[in-house]
Ligand binder design. Structure first.
Ligand code: SF4
Length: 356
């Protein structure tokens, strides 16, 4: 792991981004923003699962009119995601958004100026969302397509433009669904600018595909010390994104949150239904905030030893198992008791409540 690259600090509402601040986890709601109740419920679930900044799509004026109530109810800072329509950006800023995400390639410069001035007046963060699909024509011609260098030059143009307006509360994303392009673009940008970078692989697919692409794209950059906020994009319920995002940060030992389930792949020695046990434990422990290593291992022969660093664990036998803590056996338990005993012991360790 390389030391985190020094970036300047900006803020989205009360969340500090960049500088020495921890890497921030973001997501985006998948609800219809005009449905305030559904959007606020999803933001609440995201916050519960570890999201720290929520973004909402603003496709039209009806969606804009929902923003102030969403902001009022949201436990998280809210970013309005704007495409093409500068008037929606201005209205979103007036509705009290903490940030706006805008793709400068979609808004003419003279209209962009009004947005920047409004953001400055209301102390709203701007994320410059540079995307391979909407680069300036001259850059596409110069670089023969949406290459990493084309993304970077586009971003730097917009950064210069905002600075010329005296605006610095900004962060930048350089997104591509092509993982190597996204990695190269972020590496190159971070050498040329100290504005915070938001990392994400766009259109990453359903959970498994996204976990692979995001762990590589986001993970490699974070391991190199590049990146200040992250978003794992998943087709489906965005709450799923939190497992991957926090998993990346946990695996790189950058941040910790909630249980890390360690389980063996099983082999011929396993005599319990380990998969069912792991899936049930994952479901029941998902809401916990206390960092904790929980090992669920297929056999007592190797289980406790292989998972010696776990805070608590169960190693299966034939209809029975061993409860162990920090590699030491605590007691023998019946297979039917695995989940109740595990949950009760974890409640004692964390002080958090778990529904049986
Ligand atoms: Fe096999 Fe036991 Fe190792 Fe699991 S812990 S892989 S069951 S030896």
């Amino acid at each position: 792991m390389r030391k985190r690259k020094a970036t300047r600090t900006v803020h989205v509402g009360d969340v500090q981004v960049g500088g020495d601040n921890p890497v921030v986890v973001q997501s985006m709601t998948s609800t219809d923003t005009r449905d305030v109740a559904a959007t606020c419920e999803q933001i609440r679930r995201l916050a519960e699962a570890g999201c720290e900044i929520a973004r909402v799509a603003v496709p039209d004026r009806k969606a804009v009119s929902a923003l102030s109530e969403i902001r009022r109810q949201s436990p998280l800072p809210v970013i309005a995601d704007i495409h093409f329509d500068d008037r929606l950006a201005l209205l979103a800023i007036e509705q009290g958004m903490d940030g706006i995400r805008i793709n400068p390639g979609n808004i003419p410069r003279e209209k962009f100026k009004d947005i920047v001035w409004a953001a400055k007046e209301h102390d709203v963060c701007i994320r410059l969302g540079i995307n391979g699909g909407s680069l300036e024509k001259d850059l596409l011609a110069k670089y023969d397509g949406p290459t990493a260098s084309a993304l970077v030059e586009s971003a730097l143009r917009s950064v210069d433009y905002l600075e010329d307006q005296g605006f610095t509360n900004m962060k930048v994303s350089l997104k591509s669904s092509d993982v190597p392009t996204m990695i190269d673009a972020c590496r190159e940008f971070s050498k040329k600018s100290d504005y915070p970078l938001h990392l994400g692989v766009t259109e990453a697919g359903t959970l498994l595909q996204s976990a692979i692409k995001s762990s590589l794209g986001i993970g490699m950059l974070i391991a190199e010390g590049i990146g200040d906020t992250i978003r794992v994009s998943v087709t489906g319920d965005p709450v799923q994104e939190m497992t991957v995002a926090w998993g990346i940060l946990r695996a790189l030992k950058l941040r910790e949150r909630g249980p890390e389930i360690i389980s063996c792949p099983t082999c011929g020695r396993c005599e319990i239904d380990l998969l069912a046990l792991v899936e049930e434990a994952e479901r029941k422990l998902a809401h916990l905030k206390t960092p904790l290593k929980v090992a669920l291992m297929g056999c007592v022969v190797n289980g406790p030893g292989e998972a010696a660093e776990a805070d608590i664990g169960i190693a299966g036998g034939k209809g029975t198992g061993m409860l162990f803590m920090k590699g030491k056996t605590v007691r023998k338990i019946q297979e039917t008791e695995f989940i109740p005993v595990l949950l009760a012991e974890i409640e004692k360790l964390t002080g958090e409540t778990i529904d049986p």
